[in-house]
Design a protein around this ligand. Structure first.
Ligand code: ADP
Length: 579
């Protein structure tokens, strides 16, 4: 086996280490099972001539002994399989958990470049395959290798010249196996890439189905899907074709090898170097090699495929992650909500700044509305305030403390986001609000009241224990927005970042959301990406952002009077009236 195929798997050893005891016990069972093979071959050496000679007593004794040996062997194999299955499954679970943990830390830019479907496939299909390979290796490949060694040892002991001839034939088989193995692996990798491409197209298609239908683009999507599926079929066929070719070729070589050994054996008996009984044992031992060799061949292919999967899993580990907390983070105590940006410049690509030299001071309790055309950098500014990204120049300060000196977790308790798309996870209503944070029912209820959500929640049959379906499908847009507001205020953050929804709700729902927002904003510093006239009018200050710079600021009245960019935005209806 090529070293590179094993290198990836060797790195899994730390995951196996905690299961040393079970592995050892399973290994002992494997040894017992393996040891029975040469003994059975020796017995066959006695049994076969006895059958020929009609020596019924010897036959009976040998059959009895063989039966006992078989029983022991099967028992040991059962023990081996059961004992080794646990650790193997555990390793694949640990691997999946590790990767999921890594996924949660991935840098947002990295996450955007990986498609959802592809990532899902890696964490399911690829992880399963790796688990399968680990299991196969532990309970099948390793015992097969041991069996080969034991049986070969017996063959050398019986007649070394004959054994030598056999051993010389073996590399021929091995050479063929590895030549094919490399091609199978390349084909398998191509076919797996195709599977995840189909998966990511599917993911896109499912979320984009309304859009597809709206544009009557079904035939186009169907053609794209057909083409992807066809490419996948071809890639898969190539793998299967290679495997199909591999089996007969290897099988034929094996048969020719055995026939050659028979010939040489006959010559050895004729020259008196080998007894008939010894030859019977030798041939039985030789037959006992076929099974493990064929298992190893198949497993080797799977190992190669598993290697491709493991590479794709490991690739996730090479993606950049969110920068870690500083080594000596400063504690963040009772935040007042004083936000400052001092000469902040940032670009996803440093050569193309998205925010340029931003100076801003938002006083505690102030409500600041951010307006500006799409692409101006409003969301990017939010990402800096949450430290999803870090400024390349300048500093962002919360209550005088540089965000870079804080623990991300503490910062994000003090600064809460109400996103534009009010997405919630499935679970109960209470879970949707607490979102993994330890919270009493009272505090959840208080947050819901503040967000003006308590009324509709308490009207649900199971109140706070009612189910929220995936993506909140069983709630209206306005209700989801209020749940998102409750989720944001639960930890009593000093700063609220509000990304106002662009699509308007009907008047009644809008009124309920606005009421919730008004209550949630009270006593907090608020920065809101605003799209509504009522929001900008209610703000203490409006900032107009354009191409990453603050080009105007002031109240609605002053800015309208000035007749600059703000008035322009209002006239172009980028800030619109409420329903
Ligand atoms: P706004 O919220 O005002 O519409 P954004 O902050 O979303 O603007 O975007 C500002 C600019 O940064 C745009 O040119 C956008 O294409 C770019 N941008 C936003 N997010 C990313 C990202 N993750 N990677 C690269 N460029 C981005």
């Amino acid at each position: 086996m090529r070293a590179s195929s094993l290198a990836g798997f060797r790195r899994l050893w730390p995951l196996l280490k905690p299961h040393r005891r079970r592995l050892l016990a399973g290994g002992l069972c494997a040894l017992v099972a393996v040891a029975s093979f040469p003994l059975l071959a020796l017995l066959a050496g006695r049994l076969l001539p006895a059958i020929g000679a009609g020596d019924f007593r010897t036959v009976l004794r040998s059959v009895g002994l063989a039966l006992g040996l078989f029983f022991l062997q099967k028992l040991a194999q059962f023990g081996q399989d059961v004992l080794l299955a646990g650790p193997a499954l555990q390793v694949s679970q640990d691997l999946r958990r590790q990767l999921f943990g890594r996924l949660q830390q991935l840098d947002f830019s990295a996450l955007e470049t990986l498609s959802t479907g592809d990532l899902t496939y890696r964490l399911t299909g690829d992880a399963d395959r790796v688990g399968e390979v680990i299991y196969k290796t532990l309970h099948d490949s390793i015992p097969c290798v041991l069996q080969l060694v034991a049986v070969l040892g017996l063959m050398v002991w019986i007649d070394w010249p004959l054994a030598l001839a056999t051993i010389l034939l073996a590399p021929l088989v091995a050479l063929l196996v590895s030549a094919f193995g490399a091609r199978v692996m390349a084909a398998a990798e191509r076919s797996q890439t195709k599977v995840s491409e189909v998966a990511s197209l599917l993911g896109e298609a499912i979320t984009g189905l309304p859009l597809v239908r709206a544009f009557a683009a079904e035939p186009w999507l169907q053609r794209r899907f057909d083409a992807e599926v066809d490419l996948h079929r071809r890639a898969r066929y190539e793998t299967l074709r290679l495997q199909a070719l591999q089996h007969p070729v290897v099988g034929f070589i094996e048969a020719a090898g055995i026939l050659a050994v028979l010939l040489i054996g006959a010559a050895r008996i004729q020259s008196g170097g080998l007894s008939g009984q010894g030859f019977a044992s030798f041939i039985t031992a030789l037959l006992m090699m076929i099974d493990p060799i064929s298992h190893l061949t198949t497993n080797y292919n799977e190992l190669q495929q598993g290697q491709a999967s493991l590479n794709r899993l490991r690739a996730i580990e090479r993606e950049p992650v969110e920068p870690p907390d500083p080594p000596h983070p400063q504690p963040l105590n009772s935040v007042r909500g004083d936000l400052r940006l001092e000469g902040v410049s940032f670009g996803y690509n440093p050569a193309q700044p998205v925010l340029r030299e931003i100076d801003l001071w938002v006083r505690p309790g102030e409500v600041v509305a951010l307006v500006g055309p799409s692409g101006a950098g409003k969301s990017t500014l939010f990402s800096l305030l949450l430290r999803f990204n870090t400024a390349q120049k300048g500093r962002v300060l919360l209550d005088g403390q540089d965000l870079a000196d804080l623990r991300a977790r503490e910062l994000r308790q003090a600064v809460a986001l109400v996103p534009q798309q009010s997405s919630v996870f499935s679970g109960t209503v209470a879970e949707a609000i607490s979102f993994g944070r330890p919270a009493s029912l009272e505090s959840i209820q208080a947050a819901a009241r503040l967000a003006n959500a308590a009324g509709f929640i308490e009207a649900l049959p199971e109140s706070y224990n009612s189910r929220v379906e995936e993506r909140g499908a069983n709630f209206s847009g306005g209700q989801l927005q209020r749940l998102a507001i409750a989720r944001a205020v639960l930890g009593n953050p000093a700063v609220l970042l509000l990304d106002e929804a662009t699509s308007a709700l009907d008047a009644e729902a809008e009124e309920a959301v606005q009421q919730g927002l008004k209550q949630a904003m009270r006593g907090r510093t608020v920065v809101v990406i605003a799209h509504r006239l009522s929001t900008v009018q209610g703000a203490d200050r409006i900032l107009v952002l354009e191409a990453g710079r603050i080009v105007e600021q002031g109240s609605h009245g002053t800015l309208m009077g000035r007749g600059g960019r703000y008035r322009d935005l209002c006239q172009r209806q980028l800030i619109h009236m409420d329903p």
